[in-house]
Ligand binder design. Sequence first.
Ligand code: AMP
Ligand code: MG
Length: 348
Amino acid sequence: MSAPGRLRGARLLLGAAVLLAACGPRPEPFHQQRILAFGTLVDVSLWEVDEDRAEEAFHVLGQELNWMHDAWHAWRPSAVTTLNRQLQSGEPFVPDPATLPLVDISTDFALKSGHLFNPAIGKLIALWGYQADEPGKTPPDPALIADLVRQDPRMDDIRHDGSNLRGRNPAVQLDFGGFAKGYGVDRAMERLQAMGIRNAMVAAAGDIRVIGRRGDRAWRIGIRHPRQAGAIASLDMEGDENISTSGDYERYFEYEGRRYHHIIDPRIGYPAQGTASVTVVSHNGALADAAATGLFVAGPREWRATAARLGVDQVMLVATDGTVYMTPRMAERVRFEVTPPPVVLVVP
Ligand code: AMP
Ligand code: MG
């Protein structure tokens, strides 16, 4: 994550479609602002909201997103780094309320995913150089990787005793990077809804939540192509829905002709193989984000069973060989944006 901050004066009308709407006979009040948080520009779009209300909403969200960014940062001093020290000590402690919900929710997802989504592997993520603004340049020492894998840090190494937590495995180091943005966009959207806003989109790079509609149509969301510029597919979203995509193109380095990306298979301690990207649609942003990361690790062979255990039924996985795997519910609503369309396997 990079430094928190708010880009001021960046309210933009983006995209030809929006400009056309603004030039039409009945201009719709559309407002957009980009706020720097979670190491990315979070795009907030509001529809049918007047100017003053939009300004207020952007201000509130700027504060909320900065708070989350600071509290949940995995390597700069934060409530999460404090929590990691407390877990490391092995002594019981009362957790900071800023972090307890993340522990509880992510533990549930970790267990359901068979620990393929595993936020307890912060030490492995740091070893690979992904707890830094710039990723590493060479793979770490295999002996260090093997040692961490052997210690098998997992979310169920954190014991709950009433209101206390206690760490049972000193190898546990929490890194919520795999689901904090999805959880965060839900919280951000709750704030907008509490202000009476009914039509909005909050997009933190690959983690997006929409409510309502974009004027007289749904919100159209593009799913990034993992290997070329532009979208591989798109879909219309409305009501109250999230979409999260995890990709091996987000953060990676190349070494001796191989790509070493930021999604680590906890079973082997190396970047997960076989998947280029995974997209999950759900009514729960934290779940969509955690599932996208966990299914990325599960890969073409195990994603279907893992998705069922996590309770997500709208999934698209693009394998590194270009094959696209989808659930039937995802296949119903996705439109491919590439010609010829890819080889698709719909897996019930
Ligand atoms: P995402 O883009 O949501 O897939 O998140 C990727 C981030 O999740 C990485 O940068 C790490 O911080 C973290 N991460 C990597 N591997 C895992 C894993 N197996 N389970 C949970 N979090 C992970
Ligand atoms: Mg994720």
